[in-house]
Design a protein around this ligand. Structure first.
Ligand SMILES: [Fe+2]
Length: 187
């Protein structure tokens, strides 16, 4: 099944490393940024779910200001957006409303929640898997076909419909790094 129909049928799809629209340099630039970001500490997510993680907001919701041009230009490049359009049918008009870099240390987690509860116009939530040097930290999605547990290799990309419940299990060892983008239907 191709990426497009998998996303349609299951509400979630994994873009493999080898198909990723990001170059190796872009992936490693993203990972290197984690050393110098000024993080906020989350106790609750944007939908009031319980959470423990550090995060850096590249772009806040409904705010045009970009807090890291370097990250934003990699995550929302024309190349990435055409890839999402061609392979996943995410319209180019969809606005990247919220973009953040997540850092989970040992014990960090996000409890089960639905992204579209923070903004009803969110249609797709995209996680760029920056590294895989950790244990635990599985990404659980509760799609129409049941629960799926994802522990994807670095440089893959997980795309879910924003209406799909999901959670991140506690990290047991190492650090889990993901860059997360929320696309809004502006029609
Ligand atoms: Fe989420």
């Amino acid at each position: 099944m191709d990426y497009k129909s998998t996303l349609e049928k299951k509400g979630t799809v994994v873009i493999n490393q080898q198909d990723s629209p990001l170059s190796l340099k872009e992936w490693s630039d993203l990972e290197n940024m984690y050393d110098s970001l000024e993080y906020e500490q989350a106790k609750y997510g944007d939908t009031e779910e319980k959470a423990s993680l550090k995060f850096f907001r590249v772009k806040k919701p409904s705010d045009r200001k970009i807090h890291s041009e370097e990250a934003y230009s990699i995550l929302n490049s024309d190349k990435v957006r055409s890839f999402f359009k061609n392979k996943l049918n995410i319209p180019l008009e969809h606005e990247l409303d919220r973009c953040q870099m997540h850092l989970f240390n040992k014990g960090d987690f996000v409890s089960k929640h639905i992204d579209s509860e923070s903004c009803k116009d969110y249609e797709y939530s995209v996680s760029f898997v920056v590294n895989d040097q950790y244990e635990g930290g599985e990404f659980l999605v509760y799609g129409p076909k049941g629960m799926e547990s994802h522990k994807e290799p670095s440089r893959s990309i997980l795309v879910t419909r924003s209406t799909i419940p999901h959670e991140v299990k506690p990290v047991v060892k190492g650090q889990r790094k993901t860059a997360v983008c929320f696309f809004k239907n502006t029609n």
